[in-house]
Design a protein around this ligand. Structure first.
Ligand SMILES: Cc1cc2nc3c(=O)[nH]c(=O)nc-3n(C[C@H](O)[C@H](O)[C@H](O)COP(=O)(O)OP(=O)(O)OC[C@H]3O[C@@H](n4cnc5c(N)ncnc54)[C@H](O)[C@@H]3O)c2cc1C
Length: 348
C-alpha cells in the first residue's frame, strides 16, 4: 500500500513526488513511457541527441530561476543563447533573458530530479477505483493500491482517468475539462557534416518563424560543444498540427515542414536522418487558475501540471510543489521541507 501514487513522471510529477518522499511518505510514480520527463524530452541519435520537447530553460519565475542556478552550479545546464531571431520576411533579432540547455539533452534534468524516486515505467494507468483505498489499474493489468492519488498529466488525459471512477468528483471533473491544449508536430533532422562550418557562422541559434505551418527552428547541435554535424529541430504551428496529427504518412509531413524552412537555408530539406514526433498535448491554450485541483471524495485525489496556475515549466514546478503540500495536508500533515533543487540534485 502506497501513501501516494502519482501518475506521470514529467516535471510536475517528479517535483510532487520528491516533496512527498522528502516528507517521509511512501510514494511511487507510474509512467506510461520507457523514459521519464514527459515533454522534457530528448531523442537519441547516432553519436548525438536532440531535444524534441522543452527547447531550453529560461527564468520564468522563482522556481525556474532556482532550478537553473542549481543546474548550472552542477554543470548540468550551460548558457545556450541570449537572443531570439525572427523571420518575418527579413531576419531580425531581439535580446532575451539567457536561455540554458543541457549538453546531454534536456532529459538529463528530469533524470537528475528523479533521484531516489520509485518509478514504474511503461505502465499506462487506465482506470481508477475507490474502495477502502484507491486502486489504479494499468493497461497491462498491473495494479497499485494507494491512500491518495496525484494526476500529473495533461488535463484531457486526467479527465479520462477521473471519468473512470464509479462516482467521479463532479467539481474536479468540470474544472479539468475546462482546460485546453494545442498540439504540435516536432521535426528532428540531422545533416551532412559539410554544412557544420556554415551553421557555426550563422548569427542565430533559434528563430521564430512567421509562417502558417512552421513556428520555430532551433539549431539543436549548437547546444553541444564539438558537434560534428548540424542537427535541427522544427516546431509546427498548432493549426498545422491539428490538421495532420492523425496523418498516416508522417514522413511526408516532416518533409513538407522542412521544405517550408528551406528558404532560410537551401539544404534544410536534404536531411540525413528525419524524424517527427506527435505531441497531442503540447502547449496549454487555456489554463486553470489554481496551482492544484483537489477532491477529497471518494478519496483524496489531486491534479497538477503546467496547466495549473500557468502554462509553462514554471507552472509545472510550482504546481507539483503546491500539490505535494495539499496531499500532505489531507494525509498526515507532516512538515514538508521547502523545495530545494540543490539538495535533490546532490542526492543523485
Ligand atoms: C515541443 C515542445 C516544446 C516546449 N518548449 C518549452 C519551452 O521552451 N519552455 C517551456 O517553459 N515549456 C516548453 N514546453 C512546455 C513544457 O514541456 C511543459 O510545460 C512541461 O514540461 C509540462 O510538464 P508536466 O509535468 O506538467 O507534464 P508532462 O511533461 O506532459 O508529463 C506528463 C507525463 O505523464 C505521462 N502520462 C500521461 N498519461 C499517463 C497515464 N495514463 N499513465 C501513466 N503515465 C501517463 C506522460 O508520458 C508524461 O511523461 C514545450 C512543450 C513541447 C511539447
Amino acid at each position: 500500500m502506497l501513501d501516494v501514487a502519482i501518475v506521470g513522471a514529467g516535471l510536475s510529477g517528479l517535483i510532487c513526488a520528491q516533496q512527498l518522499r522528502r516528507s517521509g511518505y511512501q510514494v511511487a510514480l507510474i509512467e506510461k513511457s520507457r523514459g521519464l520527463g514527459g515533454r522534457l524530452a530528448t531523442r537519441r541519435l547516432p553519436n548525438t541527441c536532440a531535444d524534441h520537447g522543452v527547447r531550453f530553460l529560461d527564468e520564468q519565475g522563482t522556481r525556474t530561476g532556482e532550478l537553473i542556478q542549481a543546474g548550472r552550479d552542477r554543470n548540468l545546464l550551460q548558457a545556450w543563447t541570449d537572443s531570439e531571431h525572427q523571420l518575418n520576411g527579413e531576419l531580425g533579432s531581439t535580446a532575451v533573458p539567457p536561455r540554458y540547455a543541457a549538453a546531454d539533452g534536456m532529459t538529463a534534468i528530469a533524470k537528475a530530479l528523479a533521484t531516489q524516486l520509485e518509478i514504474h515505467h511503461s505502465l499506462r494507468v487506465v482506470q481508477l477505483a475507490a474502495g477502502e483505498s484507491w486502486r489504479l489499474t494499468c493497461e497491462s493489468g498491473e495494479a497499485f493500491e494507494a491512500r491518495s492519488i496525484g494526476l500529473a498529466i495533461p488535463a484531457p488525459q486526467a479527465a479520462t482517468l477521473i471519468e473512470s471512477i464509479a462516482f467521479p468528483p463532479t467539481d474536479l471533473l468540470t474544472q479539468v475539462r475546462s482546460v485546453e491544449f494545442d498540439p504540435c508536430l516536432t521535426v528532428i533532422a540531422t545533416y551532412d557534416r559539410k554544412y557544420q562550418a556554415e551553421v557555426e557562422s550563422l548569427p542565430w541559434r533559434s528563430i521564430e518563424v512567421n509562417h502558417d505551418d512552421v513556428t520555430w527552428i532551433g539549431i539543436d547541435s549548437s547546444k553541444r560543444k564539438n558537434s560534428a554535424a548540424p542537427v535541427m529541430v522544427l516546431h509546427s504551428s498548432a493549426e498545422f498540427a491539428l490538421r495532420f496529427l492523425e496523418a498516416e504518412d508522417l514522413q511526408a509531413i516532416a518533409n513538407h515542414l522542412l521544405d517550408c524552412a528551406s528558404n532560410l537555408l537551401p539544404w534544410l530539406n536534404q536531411p540525413e536522418i528525419l524524424q517527427i514526433h506527435r505531441w497531442r498535448y503540447a502547449f496549454v491554450r487555456r489554463a486553470c487558475p489554481d496551482l492544484t485541483l483537489l477532491a477529497t471524495h471518494p478519496l483524496p485525489i489531486a491534479c497538477c501540471g503546467d496547466w495549473c496556475g500557468g502554462t509553462n515549466v514554471e507552472a509545472a514546478l510550482r504546481s507539483g510543489e503546491a500539490t505535494a503540500a495539499q496531499i500532505n495536508q489531507l494525509l498526515d500533515d507532516r512538515t514538508v521541507p521547502p523545495l530545494d533543487f540543490a539538495a535533490i540534485l546532490d542526492e543523485s
